[in-house]
Structures are given as C-alpha cells and as structure tokens.
Design a protein around this ligand. Structure first.
Ligand code: SF4
Ligand code: FES
Length: 621
C-alpha cells in the first residue's frame, strides 16, 4: 500500500520518542535507514508486522506529545511509516483527542478546569484572570479544560510538561498566582505523600469502610503492604473456586455496574465466559470523565493493587488472557502508580504466565486516553484501544459478543472491579444483604460544590440525599440549597424539595433521576444556574463525536439556545424557545447512536422542570 507520505520528516528527538515505544525502525520502508541488500525482504515482512501494530497509533502520539509537547507533520509522517497508516487517517485520529496538539506550543501547558464544580468555587474567575495575564485560552501556556476529576479540591488545574520523562502535576486547589509563578519559574510541586489522599475521604461517622479502607493508610507503591492488609488472598480463593464458582458468587451478590449504566455484572461475565469465539478480552473502564466524578481516581491512586486484583479475578473467571486498563489521560499519578503496581504484581507471580502456578495466564496493559469524554462509552473506548477515533459503534452486537478487536469482551468500571475481592471475602449471598434488595453492596458517592466537606463518601446503598448532604457537613455559611446535580452532566437536577430521594438505583429511578456514577454536586442560592446550564450545553457540544446528525447538530442548537436565553435575545418568545429545547432533546433521545446524545439534554431539561424561575426572573420579553 502506498501511504502517500509527503512533506516534513521527523526530527531526531521525535524519531527517538517513537522508537522508544516501537523499537528501532527495521527498514527504510518503515522510516529507517536504507539497506539495499536487505530492503526487499525486510520491507515485505516489516510492512506486515507494522500493520499488526496499528492499534498503537494513539500511544505513538502520546510518545511524541509527551516528549516534544506537540505532534509535528514530520512526527506524524514517521508514525505513519512505522505503523503503515495513511497520514490522512492518522490526522483524523490525532485531531479527535483534545490532549494532542498538531500545532507548535510550549513544552509546559497548564490545563485549568472551568467545569461546573470548579466554576462555582472560583474556577471561572481564575480563568478570566489568566486571560488577562497570559492571553486567551489555548494561545500559549494555558488552556481551559473540562472536569479534571479533582472536583473535591476545586478549583483545579493540571500541568503537563513535555520532557524525556514527561510529567503531569496536579494543582488543586490552585490560584492564578500559583499558575503564573509556576510558569515563570518553571517550578512545580512534586507528588504529594500518599497519606494526603485521606483528605479526599472526609470522616463520615461510624460507617465501615470496605472499598476505601486502605486509601491514605497504606503505601500504594508497596506490594508487601498490600499483601499484609489482606491483598491477593482473594485471587488465591478465586483460583481455588474456579471460573464457575467465582461467577456464581458474583451473580449471588447482585452486583450492578458502578460506571453509570447499572448492568448486572454477573450476567455480563457469564455471557463472555460462555462465548465460543476466542480470545476473550477484559477491559477496565478507567476513563472517568463525567463532570463531578473522582472516586475511580482515588481508588487507582490510593489502592492500585486492588484494581489489578479485581481485574485478574475477572479475567480468569471469564476466560481472558489479556486485559486492558483504559486510563483517563488526565490522571498522571494514577498512571504512574498502576504501572509500578503492574511490574510488582508480575514479578511476584500475580500476573503473567502460570499465575501462582495455576497453569493460567493473564496480563494487563495500560492504554491512556487523550482527552475525549466520549471514550467513556464502551464501544468508543474499544475503538480508542484499537488506535482509532473514539466514535461509538452501533449496538448490537454487544461487547459480550463483539467488543475490542471484534472479540467477546467484559468491560467493567474501576469501582465495580474493586468490589470483586470484597464479594469473595464476604460471600456473594452475604454481600447481597448489604444495601437494599435491588441495590446491593457498598457505593462510593462524590460530593462537591457547596458542601462543607467535599470528598468521596462510602456507604451501603440506602441513605437519602438529605442524609448524604448532612454527612458531608451540609451547606456552608448557612446558605440554602438551590439545586443538586445527581449523576453528572448526563444526570438530572433536583430541587431542595426533593431531598428525600433514596440514593439507590430504584429510588432515583422512581424519582425520574439517576445515580449515574455517584455524582452529587450541590449549588447554593447564590449560584447563577443559567450559567451552569449553559456550561453543560457547551460541554456536550464540545464532546459530541459528531458521528450522528441528531447529536452533532442538536448539541450545537441546544448551546446556541442557552446563549440566546442568557443574553436575553430569544429568536422568538421565551416559551417557544423552551419548547424548541424540548423538541431538540426529544430528537436527540430518539435518534442518537449512543448515550451521549441520548442524555445531552437530560440535565438541562430537568433543571427547567425542577428548579423554579430559571430565565423567567431575568425579565424575558
Ligand atoms: S450520539 Fe453523539 S457522541 Fe454518540 S455517536 Fe452520535 S454524535 Fe457521537
Ligand atoms: S475538577 Fe473541575 S469540575 Fe471536576
């Protein structure tokens, strides 16, 4: 195949970054030096080999972006040669992901969150200050960002620094002074001690911690500490139980997926274990991007071995030999700790070939996302692992039939997998006694916004929304609650008259709300909710993959409509504008391919229904 490569060639540093990932180029065909004696033979073999490496395209972009700070035309051409991908296709992939830049930019860029939980804690003012001191977002060393998964420590920023060993530095809470000084002096904080993670788990009375018990307490970089705290005992138990025994326990536990879709985990596992097509794959969805969600980050940063142990048990039970952990690109500390944990687990015989001399093989590879919310959708995530644009696929076929690389795939969220060792420890039936009949086990909730003690709270299912807010210290400064967002941007707003909703799958469903991934953002009576709704509309417009018309056009129209209402310039009457908003929402729900389009209007429509006086009090014509 002629790749039609024209234009620039890669610099030595760019080649080095790519070769560091893929190894040296074996032939001129693949961008290496010419050897006329060997070339014909190697080119043929090398071309075939390189095409089998096509799925490493996004990793190759990460390698260059991490080393240089952006991906030049020459670097893109070299990557294309190495992987036998036409440049037009590679360009389409690179431009899909917000963390990759195809134009020159400084080696250090600060991503500043202006999403909903941060903007009510000074994030928007911070961005406006930076616009004055550093210039517009995206024009140099800083840019606005959607939620960075640090909402409990708002306002938040993430510094990405390109270098031979790239760094990602979390700044939360941060200030304009810290960012401008950091950029001026190129001086940034080092990783904090793991004990500091405890500040994200505020005390919540006498509640027993099962999922969070190690976080901030034991060193997440020590496998010995993990084993001493009971770690890997459940993997041994799983090997003794065998596949059917483990799946039976998970079915008995009635565990529902914790990523938002709430599908019964045991049924998913059973379907993949029985699927005749081989190989089977396990995918851990660690692309936690729903605004207001930060629990999976905490689990991965504070208890990475528990994530790996859950994955290993899941992989072995469902007949997989390979697992992928698809990690949000904005979680550098989690990535570092998971990579170290993988090495240590392999060395100790908990991963790799012949695990604990069982004759079974299973290994895990980390794949990093690159700033695309839609990759949290399972089929978009599969495409991203395959090195493609993260565009969702039509379903059916479902992942248990045809998932990543077209093979039967179990995909579970981080929190779901961390529940697996616990289920084996307690026993499936005993686990099912925790919580309610239809919502079993412990659950993590992410509280942020106007609450006295923001953080991750663990509870068995059942408390009401009012009780959760009280556990978190209530609303500061004696202010009143104006609104609560349940489930994130794809969730639902409820008003202060709905605080008795039970936080269970069935309780929220009965109230026409959703638990989603456990997001609870509280807005006090000072917040301009029209600003929040407009930000949510902007978010969906920016994150729509653009593949299907109802969502691509609907999210744009929805955003435009909010800007018109906010600026008091409706095209027609306010009522007609609001009716149009409902119609757009209905079309997106009915005709979009995936959950993003289907839920892009839920939060804004619920706000207009459940919150009183929105837009009206601003003097509409
Ligand atoms: S609904 Fe939106 S995000 Fe989903 S496939 Fe269609 S355009 Fe893409
Ligand atoms: S980190 Fe800013 S909204 Fe989540």
């Amino acid at each position: 195949m002629d790749l039609h490569i024209h234009g620039d060639t890669a610099s030595p540093q760019e080649r080095e970054a790519v070769d560091g990932l893929l190894g040296p180029a074996p032939s001129a065909w693949m961008g290496g030096l010419r050897n006329l004696n060997e070339e014909g033979r190697i080119a043929l073999v090398g071309g075939q080999e390189s095409r089998t490496q096509r799925h490493r395209l996004i990793e190759a972009f990460h390698a260059v972006q991490g080393r240089i700070g952006w991906v030049s035309e020459g670097a893109l051409n070299y990557i294309c040669q190495r992987l036998s991908v036409p440049p037009a296709e590679a360009y389409g992939v690179a431009t899909f992901y917000h963390l990759f830049s195809l134009s020159p930019r400084p080696s250090t860029v600060v991503h500043v969150c202006d999403d909903i939980a941060c903007r009510i804690k000074g994030g928007e003012n911070l961005c406006q200050d930076l616009e004055k001191t550093l210039g517009p977002s995206g024009s140099g060393s800083w840019q606005r960002s959607p939620c960075l998964g640090l909402c409990e420590r708002a306002p938040a920023a993430l510094t990405l620094q390109a270098a031979t060993t790239p760094r990602g530095i979390t700044l939360a809470p941060t200030s304009g002074e810290e960012i401008t000084q950091g950029l001026k002096q190129n001086a940034w904080p080092v990783d904090e001690p793991f004990q500091n993670l405890s500040r994200s788990i505020p005390p919540s009375g006498s509640r027993e911690l099962r999922l969070l018990k190690r976080i901030g307490k034991i060193d997440p970089e020590s496998i010995e500490a993990y084993i001493l705290s009971g770690g890997y005992a459940r993997l041994k138990q799983a090997l003794a139980l065998g596949s059917e025994g483990v799946i039976r326990e998970v079915l008995d536990s009635k565990l529902m997926g914790r990523g938002g879709a709430a599908f019964p985990t045991g049924r998913k596992w059973e379907a993949v274990a029985k699927a005749p097509a081989k190989p089977h794959y396990l995918v851990c969805n660690a692309d936690e991007s729903e605004p207001g969600t930060f629990k999976d980050r905490l689990l991965m940063e504070g208890d990475p071995f528990a994530v790996l142990e859950g994955m290993t048990i899941a992989g072995l039970a469902t007949g997989c030999e390979k697992g992928f952990l698809y990690l949000r690109g904005e979680y550098p500390l989690a990535g570092k700790r998971l990579a170290l944990a993988l090495d240590l687990a392999r060395f100790a015989g908990f991963l790799g070939e012949n695990i604990l001399e069982s004759g079974l093989n299973f290994d895990i590879e980390i794949r990093r996302g690159a700033g695309a919310y839609i990759c949290g959708e399972e089929t978009a995530l599969f495409n991203s692992i395959e090195g493609k644009r993260g565009e969702p696929r039509n379903k059916p076929p479902f992942p248990v039939q045809e998932g990543v690389f077209g093979k039967p795939t179990v995909i579970n969220n981080v929190e779901t997998l961390v529940n697996i060792p616990l289920i084996l420890k307690e026993g499936g039936k005993a686990y099912a006694q925790l919580g309610t009949e239809s919502s079993t086990g412990p659950k993590l909730f992410c509280l942020s916004g106007h609450v006295a003690r923001p953080g991750v709270y663990e509870t068995t299912f059942g408390p009401t929304l009012r009780q959760m807010i009280e556990i978190a210290g209530g609303v500061p400064e004696g202010r009143k609650i104006q609104a609560i967002l349940l489930g994130g941007a794809a969730g639902v707003f409820v008003g202060p008259d709905q605080l008795d909703i039970p936080l269970t799958f069935e309780g929220t469903r009965a109230a026409n709300a959703t638990l989603g991934s456990g997001v609870i953002i509280i807005f006090d009576d000072r917040v301009d909710m029209t600003d929040i709704l407009t930000r949510i509309a902007e978010f969906f417009r920016a994150e729509s993959c653009g593949q299907c018309v109802p969502c691509r056009v609907g999210t744009v129209r929805q955003e435009e409509l909010f800007h018109r209402l906010r600026s008091q310039q409706p095209l027609v009457s306010r009522e007609e504008e609001l009716n149009l908003l409902k119609e757009i929402g209905q079309v997106m729900r009915d005709a979009s391919i995936c959950g993003l389009g289907q839920t892009a209007s839920s939060a804004v429509e619920s706000a207009l229904k459940n919150l009183k006086g929105l837009f009206a009090e601003r003097g509409q014509p």
